[in-house]
Design a protein around this ligand. Structure first.
Ligand code: SME
Length: 194
């Protein structure tokens, strides 16, 4: 049975879905236009350093976003991959809308929906056009606490045509959980979606 036929069967038959739940994981999206592509299967190396994990994920993420032109769809999958790979507390995007950042695709608990230009870590990264690593959120002046669980944070600008169109924000329940390696690889990842 072809992959697309299996997907159709899963959708039409709940029993098939239950009996073959392992297949569901591998068929997140099989659009008729790319029904033979398996880019949705991501391998997550668990027993590896974070740098090795990024190195393993980069080409896979590249393949994942290559066949999809829609930015929101790609950002949604990026948030999912990063959350699943590293188990961070919160991974998501804020997108520039006028003078504010507005909550975009994310994985994790409910979050603040709007952040003004220059406010919080996200608004500061936007204003200063740079990545910001916050080892201890309590020590960042003006930090916006969407959750008291968050202890450290990294924010990376998302560029489109040379302009900042949003930011990637990742929160950790651990203090000092991000460094220059994260900033480097996350920036590379953000350069991938079209
Ligand atoms: N802490 C961020 C706000 C967004 S949440 O962490 C999801 C900030 O200070 O901009």
């Amino acid at each position: 049975m072809s992959l697309y036929a299996q997907r159709e069967k899963i959708e039409k038959s709940p029993e098939f879905l239950t009996e073959n739940s392992f297949i569901v994981k591998n068929f997140v999206s099989l659009h008729p236009h790319n029904k033979n592509k398996m880019s949705e299967n991501i391998i997550y190396p668990k027993q590896a350093s974070r740098e090795e994990q990024y190195k393993c994920l980069l080409p896979q993420i590249k393949a994942l976003v290559a066949s999809e032109p829609d930015l929101i769809a790609n950002l949604a999958n990026l948030a999912a991959v990063l959350k699943q790979a590293f188990g961070f507390f919160w991974v998501g995007f804020y997108l520039v809308k006028g003078h504010e950042l507005v909550l975009g695709p994310f994985q994790g608990p409910v979050a603040c929906t709007r952040i003004p230009f220059g406010k919080g870590v996200c608004g500061t990264a936007w204003k200063e056009r740079r990545s910001i690593i916050v080892p201890d959120v309590e020590l960042f002046p003006g930090h916006i606490a969407c959750s008291s669980e968050s202890k450290s944070e990294i924010v990376i600008p998302l560029f489109g045509n040379g302009e900042i169109i949003g930011v990637l924000d990742i929160d950790s329940e651990l203090l000092n959980n991000f460094n220059a390696t994260d900033a480097e690889y996350l920036s590379q990842i953000l350069s991938l979606p079209g």
